[in-house]
Write a protein that binds this ligand. Sequence first.
Ligand code: PMP
Length: 363
Amino acid sequence: MAPGYEAADISGSRKLRIPPLDGRQWGTVTVHESVLDAVGGTPLFRLNRITAGLTAAVYVKVEFANPGGSVKDRAALAMVREAERLGDLQPGGVIVEGTSGNTGIGLAMVGALHGYRTIVVVPDTIAREKIALLRAYGAQVVPTSGKLPRDHPAHVNNMARRIAAETPGGWHANQYDNPANPHIHELTTGPEIWEQTGGRITHLVAGVGTGGTISGTGRYLKQHGVSVVGADPATSVYSGGDGSPYFVESIGHFVHPATVTDTWPLSYDQGVIDRFERIPDRESLLTTRRLAREEGLLVGGSAGTAVAAALRVAAELGPEHLVVAILPDSGRSYLSKYFDDDWMTRLGFLDAAVGPYVRDVVP
Ligand code: PMP
């Protein structure tokens, strides 16, 4: 053992006491049998600078701390375990999923350890970093157009369903309609937040992609009287928008004009949401960039949407309130988009009004 490290419990839980980095407190680390044991149990941080002028406390649940880098590790692991239990996924089987990236990364990570091949169908609109990550985990990537109506045979979900049916041993994870997705958040994310805030949380803020995160976490926290706020892109149909496209990835829902009938995912329990905050791309993406520069939190665009909504909610509340926003993934997946000044400027999200964000200052 390294000098200064002390085993607090080596009998089974494998917790080690670690010296403090910041001089304030001792902590513990746990030694896991595999990366899968490290899914969940993510940290909660208080926001300190971006909240200037607010009296309510705002905390963030940092899901990039999961080993695959996003909130979707929880759902990926839960869906695979449940499929194994039901016998839908057999040894030597193939995991197939339509995903904007993070679920595929989680599934490929679980697949690597459980011995399954993973095929992911992705919309061609996602950040190229996510495709590189999927390939790095050994997933086979099938890109398709991200602009197709839901009933089109080449739509992400329909392609995934067809590939699963045609591949021997294929299993379609189907996160949009798989009850294991919201359920794992009811079992883990909700109780973690309740515990971490000592029961002081009054408002939960999260985006809606499949709806798994907000439905499961919200269902648990609502039993304790917590208000649940959906953070939605301004034009998303989830919160009553016209369905026109937007740039924040993985949350909300836009509708192709040719889509005649559209269905809500079964993972999404609308009844859990008390109200929505509708956030335009510019507010989401500038908040995302502020989180890196003012809070030291490099997170993705949907995290910016959640924090922008949390700041709006907190502005209406007093010091007795505690708002928690869920930050789904890391900004490292979007360096070529939200953190690229040229990309941001081209799309009109950075301009003179934003000032110092546009260019580096060279001494
Ligand atoms: N943000 C990001 C970056 C995601 O990958 C996802 C999952 N697609 C979400 C938000 C939304 O999570 P959920 O599917 O649980 O609603």
